[in-house]
Design a protein around this ligand. Sequence first.
Ligand code: URA
Length: 238
Amino acid sequence: MQTPVSLFTSAPAASDQSASAQAEKQTVPLVDVQQPADLERESAAVISGQSVSETGLSDLAMKASTCRLCGLAETRTKVVFGTGSPTADLLFVGEAPGHDEDLKGEPFVGEAGLLLDRMLAATGMDRNQVYIMNTVKCRPPNNRDPRADEVQACRLWFDQQLELLQPKMICLLGRVAAQTVLGSDESLGTLRGRWHDYHGIPVWVTYHPGYLLRSPRQKQKSWQDLQGLLARFKVLSI
Ligand code: URA
């Protein structure tokens, strides 16, 4: 496929992902037997007209909003739970909220987020068709990397959120997200360009948009990564 001349610089394009692909999304039960809590959630979803993942996610977001499982609770402004479609097939995972995200309570709303929007637009998607979250939900002071104990504490939310979302594919943005989720100490360079697995979900790794802002020459490689991601995504979405 041809590289767009104005790579990641144009305004977001209108979405053309079919609604039917979303509707046809298969939900793979992660538990064999339906638990009472699942039944309760399902009935609540039917009554409210929302999908199970939608009600489940808003319940979980509510619980996470008062989380005090790690020290980041002391310094955060808002818990940044995640945003996008609760029935999205494609999940993007960043590192941790920054200054703008901490204030707004939404992931990727600063400069890096704008670039992420342009990257999505270059592939014909927008952020409402995918789901976006971070490995940790609260901003580390001075934007330092999240510590192992913080990541560990936040895994509780991360894994429950993933179970509700059941994405068909995960794209990890940047070294920290990649190493954290994959439990690897390999460099981004060696993690890119091949498929990984997280609880049976195919995982792809690419550059963090914040890094691309500092190193725009890597946008070309990032575009190649997105092509690789989309090629398999299209197959999985048929
Ligand atoms: N960088 C991230 O990794 N996540 C955000 O939400 C914003 C910037």
